[in-house]
Design a protein around this ligand. Structure first.
Ligand code: NAD
Length: 257
């Protein structure tokens, strides 16, 4: 379905809802996959589960806000798995609340992970991809990057930063044969969404709540992580060989475009 994929993949936020689904899809496509996350127990559990199936995976506990940590992880992956062909930036955090009530720490953490983490991982991987003149990068941003959301100012702004950074990188790397794209999910069934709104999340997301959402979700359901993983794998694959700097929204129509 996604077309040819071959080479080593590295996924940040690998232990999370969307990241783990991307990892599983890449493993299904028989790629060696490096799992990057700061949640060590969840990372080890996923790696052990995949390892038991015979998959070639390497878990590297890494905090993407720390550029030295990320550089070390990339070097380790290149030595232990081989040249990195694909990077998926899926690590992210959501600190919600009215803008006037956000703390400095909430703003700084949001940008450190969602924007800084994408910069650190993409820069480290670009440095090894450029001499080889091949590779593809996909950043998982959010439809909130382009559509204002109540109580999501820091998150939305950080996602806009990561999306635009990825597209600028795509412009710089196009001449080196490297494609950089964005997937912008809407509400997706993962721990991040549950932590935000609890059990009421799904109905509220789908129907729309005037105080919190603009239109709800026209397709009538939130996304499953597999919907997002499908889009990510498509953009990584040769089927997307002529697509770069693209922002692919996967939100059931919530952003009306
Ligand atoms: P999740 O909370 O399930 O997973 C996020 C993962 O990122 C976790 O495993 C966490 O440990 C990891 N992480 C956080 N900070 C990190 C750091 N400093 N270093 C390394 N790893 C770190 O969330 P998810 O829903 O799977 O989100 C994945 C991506 O999709 C995020 O970037 C998120 O913003 C984006 N997204 C999610 C939704 C949604 O509704 N779930 C919607 C739009 C965009």
């Amino acid at each position: 379905m996604t077309g040819p994929l071959s080479g080593v993949a590295m996924v940040t936020g690998a232990a999370g809802g969307i990241g783990a689904e991307v990892v599983r899809a890449l493993v299904d496509a028989e790629l060696p996959v490096a799992l990057i996350d700061r949640d060590v127990p969840a990372l080890w559990e996923l790696a052990a589960e995949l390892d038991a199936t015979g998959a070639r995976v390497l878990a590297v506990a890494t905090d993407v806000t720390d550029s030295a940590d990320v550089d070390t992880a990339v070097a380790k992956v290149e030595v232990e798995l081989g040249p990195i062909e694909y990077l998926v930036n899926a690590a992210g955090v959501l600190r919600s609340g009215p803008a006037a009530e956000l703390s400095d720490e909430e703003w700084d953490t949001t940008f450190a992970v969602n924007a800084g983490g994408v910069f650190h991982a993409s820069r480290a991987v670009a440095r090894v991809m450029v001499p080889r003149r091949r590779g593809a990068i996909v950043t998982v941003a959010s439809n909130a990057a382009a559509t204002p959301r109540m109580s999501m100012s820091a998150y939305a702004a950080s996602k806009a930063a990561s999306a635009m950074f990825t597209k600028c990188l795509g412009l710089e790397l196009a001449g080196h044969g490297i494609r950089c794209n964005v997937v912008a999910p809407g509400s997706t069934r993962t721990p991040m969404l549950t932590a935000l709104q609890g059990d009421a999340a799904e109905r509220a997301s789908v129907d729309g709540v005037p105080a919190a959402y603009r239109v709800g979700i026209p397709l009538g359901r939130i996304a499953e992580p597999a919907h997002i993983a499908d889009a990510v794998l498509f953009l990584l694959s040769e089927r997307a060989a002529h697509i770069t700097m693209h922002d692919l929204t996967v939100d059931g129509g919530a952003a009306l475009g």
